[in-house]
Design a protein around this ligand. Structure first.
Ligand SMILES: *Cc1c(COP(=O)(O)O)cnc(C)c1O
Length: 406
């Protein structure tokens, strides 16, 4: 039978304390033990199914973790208070002082800052590479490299990682491949393709309602338990635990993920095709000329589409800002960072979500100042949206400079 993440999530059934169709929310930070011996065993990590303290685990967090493990097809998953909470815990769990990381040069700005600046405290260094160039990834691996880190579809340039090839390379060197799959849940099953550890910012598509920050780590049972270890677990000891009430809320939103992902992808594909016809500089993995189109097509679950993210280069930061302000005025979406909301969100990554990356490096990456990142919403009539966006561009003379393809 075909592996279908959304079916697996749907097959999870819950019987709440009073027979409710949603699991009861665990509203406790601490848990009673009927025997003192069980408490000791739980501290030692020997007792399955016993709760100790909610920074370690809670029933609500385990329910959401179970759904995340089904999504990625991993043995287990832990949930965290944010995507960065999940990412930093994984990295600090895998690395000791003086270790080395090989990482894609186009990644989320927060992850970039963590690797490049924060980890200096521990003399952990990172080589940033073009992740689509497997030879240069291989050449960057040294004897103290502890992981290859990348995003399945990168932020904000939408580069597509060849997870299967990277996984082979990582296995050859006996190091884990860590993949941030925030941009492509359901479309790409990173773990099925060979990623050892998959991290997510649940803040984005998975929760989908822009009402909280949240994160997850999907991995083997052993690795997930190691993160929770009371003596050595980065998750447990750094304390970026998700609140139980929030875990219950994210779980409920996650049940419509498959419907939302299809709609985000369908709408983004439509707009990208139209803007391409208009001669605009549009980047979207669903377009044939996109550098990662072939790899994405080979790796993805087709029914979910190429994702909700698209970029448009309108030439200059001034034009980008004017267009975003006008689109917001016209109720086409919000000038806001983040992604996966029901309304379209747009921002200029060079001066916002990727501003941690120095200007010269941004230019070298192809991250130009006129670039707008769009997270396309769930608009019912996307042709109407297209016409309205086009009219904003016409008013700002943005279409004039485009080279219309015939
Ligand atoms: C937003 C984001 C993160 C960080 O997640 P938070 O929930 O904001 O901590 C990490 N990776 C990617 C790709 C993101 O888009």
């Amino acid at each position: 039978m075909n592996y279908k993440a959304s079916d697996n999530i749907q097959d999870l059934q819950y019987f709440g304390e009073f027979g409710g169709v949603n699991p009861s929310i665990s509203d406790s930070s601490t848990y009673t033990f009927l025997s003192a011996k069980t408490m000791f065993d739980t501290f030692e990590g020997n007792t399955e199914g016993c709760y100790l303290y909610s920074r370690h685990s809670s029933p609500s967090n385990l329910y959401l973790g179970e759904a995340m493990a089904q999504l990625e097809g991993t043995e287990s998953a832990n949930v965290y208070a944010s995507g960065m909470g999940a990412i930093s815990a994984v990295i600090l769990q895998l690395c000791n002082a003086n270790d080395h990381i090989v990482c894609s040069r186009t990644i989320y700005g927060g992850t970039y800052a963590f690797l490049k600046n924060f980890l200096k405290k521990f003399n952990i260094s990172t080589t940033f590479v073009d992740i689509t160039d497997i030879d240069s990834v291989a050449a960057s691996i040294t004897s103290n490299t502890k992981m290859i880190y990348c995003e399945s579809v990168s932020n904000p340039l939408l580069e597509v990682a060849d997870i299967q090839s990277l996984s082979k390379l990582a296995k050859k060197h006996s190091i884990p491949l860590v993949v941030d799959n925030t941009f492509a849940p359901l479309s790409i099953n990173a773990a099925k393709l060979g990623a050892d550890i998959v991290v997510h910012s649940l803040t984005k598509f998975i929760n989908g309602s822009s009402d909280c920050v949240a994160g997850a780590v999907c991995a083997s049972k052993d690795f997930c338990l190691s993160l929770k270890d009371v003596n050595n677990g980065a998750g447990m000891l750094l304390g970026s635990t998700m609140d139980s009430l929030r875990a219950a809320s994210v779980l409920k939103n996650m049940r419509t993920l498959h419907i939302r992902i299809k709609k985000h992808g369908e709408n983004a594909q439509y707009l990208a095709e139209q803007f391409q016809k208009d001669g605009l500089k549009v980047v979207y993995p669903g377009l044939e000329h996109h550098s990662g189109h072939k790899i994405m097509t080979a790796q993805m679950n087709k029914e979910y589409g190429y994702g909700g993210l698209m970029t448009l280069d309108v030439g200059s930061l001034d034009k980008a800002n004017a267009l975003m302000e006008l689109m917001q005025e016209e109720k086409l979406g919000y000038l806001a960072v983040s992604l996966g909301f029901y309304k379209t969100l747009f921002s200029a990554p060079g001066t916002s979500t990727s501003s941690e990356i120095p200007l010269e490096e941004q230019e070298a990456l192809g991250l130009s100042q006129g670039l707008i990142r769009f997270s396309i919403g769930l608009d019912n009539d996307i042709h109407r949206t297209y016409l309205a966006m086009r009219s904003c561009m016409e008013r700002l003379n943005i279409l004039e400079n485009s080279t219309v393809l015939v």
